[in-house]
Design a protein around this ligand. Structure first.
Ligand code: UD1
Ligand code: UDP
Length: 385
C-alpha cells in the first residue's frame, strides 16, 4: 500500500503540547505513514518552547505572529500560507487540534483543497457563542468541516451527536494532554531555575495563569485585585504567576501585581517546569483550558476564572470550581480553600476524567483503521472511577 500522508497543522502553545503525542505516535509507523508538520506559529516563543521540549522540527513554518494580532490577521495569514503548503504537499488527511483560530483556518484550508480533516479534541462545547470567544465557534465551525472526530470524552461525543454528526465518524480517545502530562511530571523534579528553586514552598503556594480574550481588561483587573487582598490577609501565601506573552495581559498584571512581596511574576514557563510546578503548588487559579484538564489528574484544586466551561467533567467530579472574575467571588473562594481543610481535601481528590495516557495511540489506530492499514478500531476510552 502507498504511504499515507498525514499533515498536522497547529500554531499555539496548547495545540503543540496536545498534538506532540500524536506526532510522536505517528512516527512509530514509518512504513505506513509519512508525517508532515506544518505550524502557523500564531504563537512564536510559546510554540518554540514546546517544539524544543518534544524535539519536533516543523517541515513548514508560516511564522505569522505579529504583536497585537487580530483575529482577522491570524485567519487571513494562516489561510493564505496554508493554501500554498497544501498545494505543494497534497496530504490525504490534515489533523488540527482544539479551538484556536489556527485550528479553524487549518480545517478550512484543508476543506478548500478537498482534503480530509481529523479533529483532535473535538466536541467540547459551552453552548455560548461568545464564551469562550472565539474558541466556541472555532470548534463548531471546525466540526462542520471534519471527517474524523477524536472526542476526548463521552460528553464531547454526545455534544457532536446532538449536532447531527454521524456516530461512525466519532472516536472517544481520551485527551492527549494527559499523555503529555504523564511523560513530563516526575517525582522529586528539580527545576534548575533560580526563581522556582528559590521559592519556599512551605506555607501556601498559589499558581496563577490568565489569558482569555473575554477576560481582557476589567475582569482580569478584578481577579488581580482579589489576589492582592489574599496576600494582605494571609502572610504565608505566595503567588507564582507565569505571565502570558500577550501585552494586553502583561500590562494589567504589571500594574496590579508588579513589585509586590510574595508575588513571583515570570515569563511563560517551559512545559516541563510548568507541569511539575502544578504538581508542587497547593492551589491553581486559571482561565486556561488545558490547565483545567491537567490539574485534576495531579489532585490539585482549580478555581476557574471564567463564567462557562466546555470541560464540565472535573467540575462534576468536584476538583474544579467555576468562580468567574468577580472580585468578591474570587477572593471568597480562594479564602475558603486556604482556611477550610475539609473543603480543600474534598477538592484535592485526584480525578482523571480526561485521559489515561494513551489517547494518541487510539487516535493513530483510528486513522490507520480508517485508511485500512489495520483491521481493528481502537477501544473506546473509559475514565477510571
Ligand atoms: C491564543 C488562542 C486561544 C488559546 C491561547 C493559548 C485564538 C484566537 N486564541 O490566544 O484560543 O487559548 O492562544 O495561549 O486562536 N504573543 C507573543 N509570543 C507568543 C505568543 C503570543 O508575543 O509566543 C503575543 C503577541 O503579541 C500576540 C499576542 O500575544 O499578538 C496574542 O496572541 P494570540 O495567539 O492572538 O492570542 P492568545 O491570547 O495567545
Ligand atoms: N503552560 C506552560 N507554561 C506556562 C503556562 C501554561 O507550558 O507558563 C501549559 C499548560 O500546562 C497547558 C497549556 O500550557 O498544557 C495551556 O495553555 P494556555 O493556557 O495558554 O491555553 P488554553 O489551554 O487555555 O487554550
Amino acid at each position: 500500500m502507498e504511504k499515507l500522508k498525514v499533515m498536522t497543522i497547529f500554531g499555539t502553545r496548547p495545540e503543540a503540547i496536545k498534538m506532540a503525542p500524536v506526532i510522536l505516535e505517528l512516527k512509530n509507523f514509518p512504513q505506513e505513514v509519512e508525517v508532515i508538520v506544518a505550524v502557523t506559529a500564531q504563537h512564536r516563543e510559546m510554540l518554540d518552547q514546546v517544539l524544543n521540549l518534544f524535539n519536533i522540527r516543523p517541515d513548514y513554518d508560516l511564522n505569522i505572529m505579529s504583536a497585537g494580532q487580530t483575529l482577522f490577521d491570524i485567519t487571513s495569514r494562516a489561510l493564505l500560507g496554508l493554501n500554498k503548503v497544501l498545494q505543494e504537499v497534497k496530504p490525504q488527511i490534515v489533523l488540527v487540534h482544539g479551538d484556536t483560530t489556527t485550528t479553524f483556518a487549518g480545517a478550512l484550508a484543508a476543506y478548500y483543497h478537498q482534503i480530509s480533516v481529523g479533529h483532535v479534541e473535538a466536541g467540547l462545547r459551552t453552548g455560548n457563542k461568545f464564551s469562550p470567544y472565539p474558541e466556541e465557534m472555532n470548534r463548531k465551525l471546525t466540526a462542520a468541516l471534519t471527517d474524523l472526530n477524536f472526542a476526548p470524552t463521552n460528553t464531547a461525543k454526545e455534544n457532536l451527536l446532538r449536532e447531527g454528526i454521524d456516530e461512525e465518524k466519532i472516536f472517544v480517545t481520551g485527551n492527549t494532554v494527559i499523555d503529555a502530562l504523564y511523560k513530563t511530571v516526575k517525582k522529586n523534579f528539580t527545576f534548575n531555575d533560580k526563581l522556582l528553586d528559590g521559592i519556599d514552598y512551605a506555607g501556601k503556594t498559589i499558581l496563577v495563569t490568565t489569558h482569555r480574550r473575554e477576560n481582557w481588561g476589567e475582569p482580569l483587573r478584578q481577579v488581580y485585585k482579589a489576589l492582592k487582598k489574599i496576600l494582605d490577609e494571609f502572610a504565608d501565601v505566595k503567588i507564582i504567576f507565569p505571565v502570558h506573552k500577550n501585552p494586553v495581559v502583561r500590562d494589567v498584571v504589571n500594574e496590579e501585581l508588579g513589585n509586590l512581596p510574595r508575588v513571583y511574576l515570570t515569563d511563560p514557563l517551559d512545559y516541563e517546569p510548568f507541569a511539575n510546578l502544578m504538581n508542587r503548588v497547593d492551589l491553581i487559579l486559571t482561565d486556561s483550558g488545558g490547565v483545567q484538564e491537567e490539574a485534576p489528574a495531579l489532585g490539585k484544586p482549580v478555581l476557574v476564572l471564567r463564567n462557562t466551561t466546555e470541560r464540565p467533567e472535573a467540575v462534576n467530579a468536584g476538583t474544579v470550581k467555576l468562580v468567574g472574575t468577580n472580585f468578591e467571588n474570587v477572593f471568597a473562594n480562594t479564602k475558603l480553600l486556604l482556611t477550610d481543610a475539609d473543603e480543600y481535601k474534598k477538592m484535592s481528590d485526584a480525578c482523571n476524567p480526561y485521559g489515561d495516557g494513551i489517547a494518541a495511540k487510539r487516535i493513530v489506530q483510528a486513522i490507520l483503521w480508517h485508511y485500512k492499514f489495520v483491521d481493528e478500531k481502537p477501544a473506546t476510552f473509559q475514565p477510571r472511577r
